[in-house]
Write a new protein. Structure first.
Length: 252
């Protein structure tokens, strides 16, 4: 049985002090999550990673929001896997729609980052999802399949099962417009079928697929009751400790 995962993506929010106060308040949340065999984590900004990791209770995953595919060099503003590992951060979100949109990040670039993370024995959380225009054209599945196939290019079966996938329809991120439970389950199930085509049934059964896109305490249980949705990647609702705790309790 796949372990549920609740991951909060803080995006460009929270100072070091705010991050410290948040993770210090997560003790009961982590304890409750462990009791119910659920993974919980947050993804602060680069600046707040070290502080969050230092003050987080054991068991709270601290993830980066991005990483570079090379070890070092003249890449202003970038951070390597080695730098993350030096502060004991072992997860990174890759290919979030905002990075694809605002930073022109491609699935091919994501593939390089995923391979780098896997070689460093870190966990990539790979995002995919379509725009409203693509959705309205009925081209969601072709679009998402292209992202998955390109993102997993030249990744072997053993490593593929270690990747976490997050399906986030761009048209529902921060808009308050939710993909229905049926849409989310359909696409997450389709993603699992793509993984099965690429790697076989065992890997498809192992890999965790999350849903993201205006996930809130009042709808998270409905999404996670679907057989192919193994957790949630949450934005705004993960920024306040009470809301974050409510997200977890509403999964139970």
């Amino acid at each position: 049985m796949r372990k549920k995962l609740l991951m909060g993506n803080w995006k460009m929010n929270k100072t070091n002090q705010e991050a410290k106060e948040f993770v210090e308040a997560c003790g009961d949340i982590v304890k409750l999550a462990k009791e119910h065999n659920i993974d919980v984590g947050v993804a602060p900004t680069f600046l707040a990673l070290c502080c969050a990791k230092k003050h987080a209770p054991e068991g709270l995953i601290i993830s980066s929001q991005n990483v570079h595919h090379l070890t070092n060099g003249a890449y202003t503003g970038e951070v390597s896997t080695e730098m993350l590992q030096a502060i004991n951060v072992n997860w990174a979100i890759i290919g979030h729609s905002e990075r694809r949109t605002y930073n022109n990040e491609t699935s091919e670039a994501c593939n390089l980052k995923i391979k780098k993370l896997l070689s460093a024995k870190m966990v990539p959380l790979y995002c995919c999802g379509e725009s409203l225009e693509t959705y309205d054209k009925g081209e969601t599945k072709a679009f998402v399949k292209d992202q998955i196939v390109k993102g997993f290019k030249d990744i072997n079966k053993e490593d593929a099962s270690k990747v976490v996938i997050a399906y986030e329809p761009i048209w529902s991120i921060g808009t308050g417009k939710n993909a229905s439970k049926e849409i989310a389950e359909d696409i997450c199930g389709y993603i699992r079928s793509i993984i099965k085509e690429l790697y076989g049934e065992q890997v498809a059964d192992q890999i965790r697929i999350l849903y993201g896109g205006s996930v809130k305490p009042n709808n998270i249980k409905e999404y996670l009751s679907s057989p192919n949705i193994d957790g949630a990647l949450v934005g705004g609702a993960s920024l306040k400790i009470d809301s974050y705790k409510e997200l977890l309790t509403n999964i139970l």
